[in-house]
Design a protein around this ligand. Structure first.
Ligand code: PXP
Length: 241
């Protein structure tokens, strides 16, 4: 069964709009856990625009499932990960001006730097994942870095509207997932997934784990976090024949 990790960053985005203490990303994470999700994801950005250091600590301490910490490949974040020891870290590219993560990590151009981080992270028993575009070169480089897994960026797939182009991107994702498994990598996916586009991604047999955030937080406004997560889980669970 495909695992679902709920990203609660944008609960913190709403809170930060007022710099108050509501809504609370931990509370949202606990509601998602009630529905049986396998883990919680947070992205601690360098600019701290949503999730704060204290959120990561509190969520890590209080959830019963697993914490996937998304972060940039920088010294400050690596040190924090080594101190907190989450279940998994996922390295993502980060630009200060971007609204959200805009693309996969360029693993090819930083194999040595990422290998150095991988060694430090693995020494602490933390799983090491890389967020990459469905690109064979990036996947081969991820194997060189000895990542445990890759998370395929579904951002481009989620933004396409032309059905032919959607199909083409889906094939790229399917082929990337197959190649990654052949190379011994575990495969996850995420970015921009919603009730409509998640099914085709969850149906890909190689994909073990999905990270979904913004859409679930947005749906929570209408139907509550539990109902939104429940519906997403149902779609994911019935996606494979
Ligand atoms: N995976 C990664 C690496 C991300 O950076 C994000 C966004 O924080 C997601 C998944 C989740 O994307 P979305 O919020 O669009 O569901």
């Amino acid at each position: 069964m495909t695992r679902l990790f709920v990203n609660v960053d944008h609960v913190a985005t709403i809170r930060e709009a007022r710099k108050t203490n509501e809504p609370d990303p931990l509370k949202a994470a606990l509601l998602a856990e009630k529905i049986g999700v396998e883990g919680i994801t947070v992205h601690l950005r360098e600019d701290r625009r949503h999730i704060q250091d204290e959120d990561v600590r509190i969520i890590h301490k209080n959830i019963k499932t697993k914490l996937n910490l998304e972060m940039a490949a920088i010294k400050e974040m690596v040190e924090l990960a080594l101190e907190l020891k989450p279940y998994q870290i996922s390295l993502v590219p980060e630009k200060r001006q971007e609204i959200t993560t805009e693309g996969g990590l360029d693993v090819c151009s930083q194999v040595q730097e990422l290998t150095d981080i991988q060694k430090q992270i693995k020494k602490q028993g933390i799983l090491f994942s890389l967020f990459v575009d469905p690109d064979m070169g990036q996947i081969e480089a991820s194997q060189k870095v000895a990542a445990d897994s890759i998370e395929i960026n579904t951002g481009a797939y989620s933004e396409l509207t032309d059905s032919g182009k959607v199909e083409e991107e889906l094939v790229r994702i399917q082929e990337a997932a197959k190649q990654a498994v052949k190379l011994g990598l575990r495969v996850f996916a995420g970015h921009g997934l919603n009730f409509d586009n998640v099914k085709a991604i969850a149906a890909i047999p190689e994909i073990e784990e999905l990270n979904i955030g913004h859409f679930l937080v947005a749906q929570s406004v209408y139907m509550g976090m539990e109902e939104a997560v429940k519906k997403m889980k149902q779609i994911i669970e019935t996606a494979r024949p």
